[in-house]
Design a binder for this molecule. Structure first.
Ligand code: BG6
Length: 296
């Protein structure tokens, strides 16, 4: 279902028979809502989010491409999160079938205008699928369309804002004992000491070479988010905490208590695509009752 969203921006609503739903804005190719069968919102979007180009929308699942963060010459997190994507009515076939699933295919072709800031030929296809169990899958296919033999490199992240009840009661499992780069300490490299990650202050880390499955346990709500990823070796964990929250104009002062970003990403080793080559990166998120996942 294609309709108008906030400020008249185009969006697509995906619905699943049991009542789950998801919303995708063409602006940013950005998922801004993911609801379970009870109609509960599972993603965080700030009450102060700006749904007005050229601002990025604060919340949901912005896509960082072709540059994560400020790790290069481009604007923070690249530019696709504030471009207008199109519906791709003629996507090339996917290996996996999408029968019984609600999905939408979007495409962003690199414009002549953007060629001036990133001089490559690139086509970005995004499929957003809502599965029969309410799981949400994002598959990106990025292709080098160059005719002159020029490769390009990029970093990438699905900047997912999960909605949580109380950040101080949340833990993340699956990143224990891994190395990470700490964005709050000049990206110095540290090793996680073995316990699940808990939150007592600002956190901004890039975990390297993580398992394909990460769990985010919302103790208060007895709900666990399970994030599965493919082609995306790293994972960013970010919560701005109080001071940074206050400094962000599109984020409420207290909202840090109710969100956590865990981002399937490819950052440490950028991907390089030769002309004609395609890269795929997939993130799937689902929920299970907490007891089911951790055996508690
Ligand atoms: C995270 C980064 O992924 O995104 C943080 O690790 C950054 O350093 C955050 O502050 C938000 O970025 P932005 O550009 O959306 O404010």
């Amino acid at each position: 279902e294609h309709c108008k969203g906030i400020n008249g921006l185009d969006k697509v609503v995906l619905r699943e028979v049991r009542g789950c739903s998801a919303e995708v804005y063409l602006y940013g190719g950005q998922v801004t809502s993911w609801k379970n069968v009870h109609g509960e919102e599972l993603l965080f979007v700030s009450s102060k989010a700006n749904f007005k180009p050229p601002n990025a929308i604060r919340g949901g699942i912005p896509i960082c491409f072709p540059q994560f963060s400020n790790l290069g010459p481009l604007e923070q997190h690249g530019f696709v999160r504030n471009r207008l994507w199109s519906i791709d009515n003629d996507p090339p076939p996917f290996a996996t079938t999408s029968t019984n699933k609600a999905f939408v295919d979007l495409i962003l072709k690199h414009s002549e205008e953007d060629f001036k800031i990133w001089p490559y030929r690139c086509e970005f296809r995004l499929r957003v699928t809502l599965g029969p169990g309410g799981d949400l899958m994002l598959t990106s296919r990025i292709r080098n369309m160059s005719a002159d033999g020029k490769p390009f490199s990029f970093t990438f992240a699905y900047h997912t804002y999960f909605a949580v009840t109380d950040i101080s009661e949340v833990r993340v499992e699956g990143l224990e004992t891994l190395d990470y780069l700490d964005n709050l300490k000049n990206r110095e490299r540290f090793t996680e000491q073995g316990d699940a990650i808990v939150f007592e202050s600002e956190m901004d880390r890039i975990y390297l070479g993580t398992p394909t499955k990460i769990a985010i346990l919302d103790h208060e709500r007895k709900r666990t988010f399970v994030l599965r990823k493919d082609g995306l070796p790293d994972a960013v964990v970010w919560n701005p905490w109080d001071k940074k929250a206050k400094a962000m104009t599109d984020f409420g002062d207290e909202e840090y208590k109710h969100m956590l970003c865990v981002e399937a990403a490819c950052i440490e080793k950028p991907i390089t695509l030769k002309p004609g080559e395609e890269w795929r990166g997939r993130q799937e998120i689902s929920t299970v009752p907490s007891s089911y996942f951790s055996g508690q």
